[in-house]
Ligand binder design. Structure first.
Ligand SMILES: Cc1cc2nc3c(=O)[nH]c(=O)nc-3n(C[C@H](O)[C@H](O)[C@H](O)COP(=O)(O)OP(=O)(O)OC[C@H]3O[C@@H](n4cnc5c(N)ncnc54)[C@H](O)[C@@H]3O)c2cc1C
Ligand code: SF4
Length: 514
């Protein structure tokens, strides 16, 4: 994005706020604070890019992902790397899939309803106006009729269904499972973006996870961040924040960071930590800050994201089109569930290398057998889920005794499914297999996997039991705010980014009103 004419602040000037991280959590609040006339500086560990740099090539796009080593433990260790978080101006939204369901009200009160999980200190009514505002600003494309909430309207018409979506619609209909076009943070028509270049309509190339050259897919560097810069925010790429200085009252007075091997110190009146659910707790644990509750790093969650694949007689060419163009909320609370919570269903289109990785892991194929199977790529299609993962104290991020290139200890993330996740996965696998059977697929197989990085600095109302209050403000340090995937008290079945952006606008409003 264009940064050459942005306002610049001196290191010795006390800016109103430093925002660490420019992803889904950091970018909306940066824009909101700048629009209110505050002097704000964002520090981003990754580099700045122009959308024209994105390539329809998986191997050459690897630098979009956070590559620092994360040590995975537990019984169902999460695969890190391309599967979970990004780096660069825009954070993980550079490579995300842009599927933007809203949260279901029942997921915010799962404990109240089921005795399991943890309730949010926020009601859906507080998020709804923010969802509507975000969908209009970002240009969300969606169905004219949303079966589970008929009053909901999306600003732009739905994207076309690709072949896997059409096959899933047929199979689901035969089983009586209601589906609809998926809400996408992708513009289906040319869209005039406030303070940025026009975003051109999606051309269905299918390389969303490698960055969108057309700006059709929402990423923070084509939406909120140009707005922030136009309102006076400064964004510093390539700056890794590693320290916080405090005064005798414990208030933060400066952020310490490294750029091109040199150390810097930015004076500030407040800090927003928006580094994601791994880097945010890592920094706090490393500095020994904000953890009076003992909750920093605990309750790490990853959505149950199992996929089921099948082979079809006709070509599917799942690499074409926006990947997840069909969805279903029918399993948010399945009638025959033997678990708490539920899951969303999505059609899948996966580009070849990512798919081949999944084949090797899911089917255990190697060598010639793998080569023979991946020859069928154009004839395969998948369905995936995004399912509730309950918070467990023992699923936890801690610091290892290995130091990485940033000078911080590498994070160790212990993650094990509980009985609830195993039952949910089994239910979803049966259903997805049934849908593919009804659609005429053969050689059907499942790829168990988890996705997203959630929890570790949960919000709540009790300072002994939560890291931040319901607006993201630290209970321990008055001028520290956290806004990213780490503050989620429970995982929700909905994919997280739209809700993170809504929380970001909410946190900004609370900061401005304080
Ligand atoms: C492949 C993939 C597909 C996805 N698809 C979807 C989807 O379809 N729908 C959906 O809702 N969600 C999706 N997600 C998840 C979504 O992208 C994330 O949940 C969301 O972006 C997280 O927002 P965040 O602000 O917590 O972190 P991020 O967006 O990851 O931003 C954190 C930023 O902080 C920076 N940072 C970290 N540490 C430091 C430091 N010490 N100093 C300076 N900067 C730092 C990072 O470089 C990064 O830019 C997907 C994720 C992946 C990996
Ligand atoms: S499919 Fe559409 S949204 Fe995805 S990268 Fe291509 S043009 Fe962008």
């Amino acid at each position: 994005m264009k940064l050459d004419t942005m306002r610049r602040n001196g290191l010795g000037e006390v800016v109103d706020a430093v925002v660490i991280g420019t992803g889904a959590g950091g970018a909306p609040l940066l824009a909101r604070l700048a629009a209110a006339g505050l002097r704000v500086v964002a520090l981003e560990a990754g580099r700045n890019r122009e959308p024209e740099e994105y390539l329809t090539d998986e191997a050459l796009s690897a630098d979009l992902y956070w590559r620092g080593e994360r040590l995975a433990g537990g019984e169902t260790p999460q695969a890190f790397g391309a599967n979970n978080s990004g780096i660069g101006i825009g954070g993980s939204t550079l490579h995300w899939g842009a599927f933007v369901p809203r949260v279901d009200a029942r997921d915010l009160r799962l404990r109240q309803d089921s005795g399991q999980g943890r309730d949010w200190p926020i009601k859906l009514d507080e998020l709804q106006p923010l969802y509507v505002e975000l969908e209009a600003f970002l240009g969300v494309s969606g169905p004219a009729h949303y079966p589970w909430h008929p009053a909901r309207h999306y600003p732009l018409p739905a994207l076309p269904r690709n072949a896997p979506a059409q096959a899933m619609a047929m199979g689901a209909a035969r089983l009586g499972v209601v589906t609809c076009d998926a809400p996408a943070a992708v513009v289906s028509q040319d869209f005039a973006q406030a303070d940025g270049p026009t975003r051109l309509a999606c051309v269905h190339c299918g390389y969303c996870h490698q960055g969108c050259r057309n700006r059709a897919k929402v990423s923070m560097d084509t939406t909120f961040l140009p707005l922030a810069v136009a309102r006076g925010a400064e964004i510093r790429p390539g700056c890794f924040a590693h320290g916080l200085e405090r005064d005798s009252q414990g208030r933060i007075t400066a952020v310490l960071y490294r750029q091109d091997g040199r150390e810097y110190r930015q004076l500030c009146a407040a800090v927003f930590l928006c580094a994601g659910a791994v880097e945010t707790p890592r920094l706090l644990l490393h500095l020994g800050l904000g953890n009076r509750s003992g909750q920093v790093g605990r309750n790490y969650m990853a959505h149950v994201a199992t996929q089921v694949w099948g082979t079809f007689a006709e070509e599917m060419r799942g690499n074409k089109g926006w990947p997840s163009s069909l969805m279903s909320e029918a399993m948010i609370r399945p009638e025959d569930a033997d678990f708490a919570g539920g899951y969303l269903l999505q059609s899948l289109g996966v580009v070849p290398q990512t798919w081949a990785d999944g084949v090797a892991r899911g089917r255990g194929l190697w060598g010639q057998a793998l080569v023979d199977y991946i020859d069928r790529y154009n004839f395969t299609a998948g369905i995936g889920i995004n399912g509730e993962c309950l918070p467990y104290e023992h699923n936890r991020l801690t610091l290892s005794d290995e130091i990485d290139e940033t000078g911080l200890p590498k994070p160790h993330i212990a993650f094990s499914y509980g009985e609830n996740e195993r039952r949910l996965q089994a239910h979803a696998t049966r259903l997805m297999t049934g849908i593919w059977q009804q659609a005429g697929a053969t050689d059907i197989w499942a790829l168990p996997r988890s996705a997203h990085t959630i929890g570790t600095c949960r919000m709540g109302t009790d300072p002994d039991d939560a890291v931040v209050n319901p607006f993201g403000r630290s209970f321990d340090i008055d001028n520290l705010w956290i806004c990213d995937n780490s503050v989620f008290p429970s995982s929700l079945a909905a994919n997280p980014a739209l809700t993170i952006m809504a929380l970001s606008l909410r946190t900004a409003a609370a900061f401005l009103d304080r």
